[in-house]
Design a protein around this ligand. Structure first.
Ligand code: SF4
Length: 214
């Protein structure tokens, strides 16, 4: 599955060329991305950064103003306090608004540290650690979760949190990040939520959903 999807979607080559984002920028953007579209996440993020160019300014801004800036990204009443709460914790705990220290931790340690905070689940933590800190992790978002269930890697009732634990040891070393990227592209273009295109799917021979339907 890893090999076939990479052949079709080229996530590994893309991953090698990209420039990693700053970890704190990425965490804030990923919190904003929950339950919204990429477009509205970006609009919320850019409005916030235009009004408050530093994370210190975001941390010190009145909560109502932060919520107002990110409103387009939805759930502002949860996301605003989560972002400011994390920034305050980071300042107090580390004395600086930087998450660069995460690069020196293992993926597991990084997840353990991040998920203690409100508004940061294992998916958000895995995305930041993978894409901004170079960790070999595959976040299970809605696309990945749907595909894993259809293929039969996890059962129907398995939640997203548990899916991370089941999936991690199955992925060949060094391939988790590109696998995630390939799964997202695959989920958006082939194994879509409605009407998956099983007739052109490169992994249909391994898919429980396809076998049952056939
Ligand atoms: S065969 Fe169909 S359901 Fe199975 S992974 Fe491919 S597109 Fe998805």
């Amino acid at each position: 599955m890893v090999r076939r999807l990479d052949k079709q979607f080229g996530g590994e080559a893309w991953d090698k060329k990209r420039i990693p984002p700053d970890p704190l920028d990425d965490l804030m953007r990923t919190i904003l991305s929950q339950n919204t579209t990429d477009e509205n996440r970006d609009r919320g993020y850019h409005t916030l950064r235009d009004r408050y160019p530093t994370w210190e300014a975001v941390m010190k801004a009145p909560l109502a103003k932060v919520k107002d800036a990110i409103r387009i990204a939805g759930l502002a009443n949860q996301k605003g306090p989560a972002m400011q709460g994390f920034l305050r914790w980071l300042q107090e705990e580390r004395g600086a608004l930087s998450l660069d220290f995460l690069k020196g931790l293992s993926g597991e340690e990084g997840i353990g540290l991040l998920v203690q905070h409100k508004g940061i689940g294992i998916k958000t933590a895995s995305i930041v650690l993978a894409f901004a800190c170079g960790k070999d992790l595959c976040a299970v978002d809605t696309h990945v979760h749907r595909i894993l269930r259809r293929v039969g890697i996890i059962d129907e009732r398995c939640g997203r949190e548990k899916a991370h634990t089941i999936l991690a040891p199955l992925i060949p070393k060094g391939k988790a990040r590109s696998f995630h990227v390939n799964l997202i592209d695959f989920g958006k273009t082939v194994c879509q939520a409605r009407n998956p295109k099983c007739d052109v799917c490169p992994i249909s021979h391994r898919c429980a959903y396809f076998q049952q339907a056939g």
